[in-house]
Design a protein around this ligand. Structure first.
Ligand SMILES: Nc1ncnc2c1ncn2[C@@H]1O[C@H](COP(=O)(O)OP(=O)(O)O)[C@@H](O)[C@H]1O
Ligand SMILES: [Mg+2]
Length: 261
């Protein structure tokens, strides 16, 4: 048995008196859709912030393909192949779809992000590097079927489309591990169905492993290989969707909230 693809051990972090994460541990295999569930304030986003390097944990380790990343900066972690989306949309509303997705390529740009943007489309300057970035972005636009909003400012686009563009920007990094923080939050049921479809496609067609925070229990149970439930920063249970669904504490937390956590 080789080392796991991704591994978190004894992870803890506090903010003042609040123990946001306490002794969290799990492993992920390559190709999994691994979900993290728990009520608001449980510590889910904090876990993502620790993994993506925005927070430094007080204790514990995070290993990606055997390399410890818990003390690395966000850029270094991104360069290793870990991308994320945020709970709230963080797009540049006055830029178009293509430009927003291009932002996700910045870690791959030797010429620098803004030079890359200025050069964009100017064929006289379009060296090999620009061409490669252009091709990658166009491929993502095609993959997510965003062609008809390619040149539209994102600010005026429907919410579900904006979430999809955010997903595209994360994919532009060419991640091996993708962290999705509530990708369906605020979506109507049709938008949700679409997003589930894209997440499965990213796993199947692109071979990207996915760490997912999601409130919709049905979705979590449908698409996850395994589920970690946390509350007050502590593990409640960890197992297959079937196992987690039968846990009494999970049941208690979800009943009365119409199976939403
Ligand atoms: N930067 C921070 N400063 C202070 N408290 C924080 C910070 N980040 C998270 N917390 C606290 O940690 C707890 C977990 O928050 P969060 O991870 O956002 O929960 P979830 O994503 O599960 O809803 C909350 O009590 C929150 O207020
Ligand atoms: Mg959160």
């Amino acid at each position: 048995m080789g080392a796991p693809f991704f591994r978190v051990d004894h992870l803890s972090i506090s903010f003042g008196g609040i123990k946001a994460l306490q002794d969290i541990g799990f492993t992920m295999n390559k190709g999994e859709i691994f979900s993290v569930i728990g009520p608001n304030g449980a510590g889910k986003t904090t876990l993502f912030n620790c993994i993506s390097g925005l927070y430094q944990p007080d204790q514990g380790s995070i290993r990606f393909k055997e390399t410890a990343i818990e003390n690395k900066k966000p850029d270094a972690i991104a360069r290793m192949g870990i991308a994320r989306t945020f709970q709230n949309i963080e797009l540049f509303s006055h830029m178009n779809t293509m430009e927003n997705i291009l932002l996700g390529r910045h870690i791959h740009m030797k010429t620098g992000l803004f030079r890359g943007m200025v050069m964009w489309g100017k064929s006289s300057f379009a060296g090999r590097e620009e061409t490669r970035h252009r091709e990658r972005v166009e491929r993502i636009i095609d993959f997510l079927e965003l062609q008809n909003v390619r040149d539209t400012f994102v600010g005026g686009l429907p919410y579900g489309t904006q979430k999809l563009i955010e997903l595209g920007r994360a994919l532009a990094l060419e991640p091996e591990l993708l962290l999705l923080d509530e990708p369906c939050a605020g979506m109507n049921s049709e938008e949700k169905q679409d997003m589930i479809f894209w997440i499965k496609d990213i796993q199947d067609d692109l071979g990207v492993s996915i760490l997912l925070i999601e409130h919709d229990m049905k979705m979590v149970m449908d698409i996850s290989t395994r589920v970690l439930a946390i509350n007050f920063g502590k593990q409640v249970t960890l197992g297959t969707p079937e196992q987690v669904q039968q846990n009494t504490e999970v049941l208690k937390a979800y009943i009365g909230e119409e199976k939403q956590v």
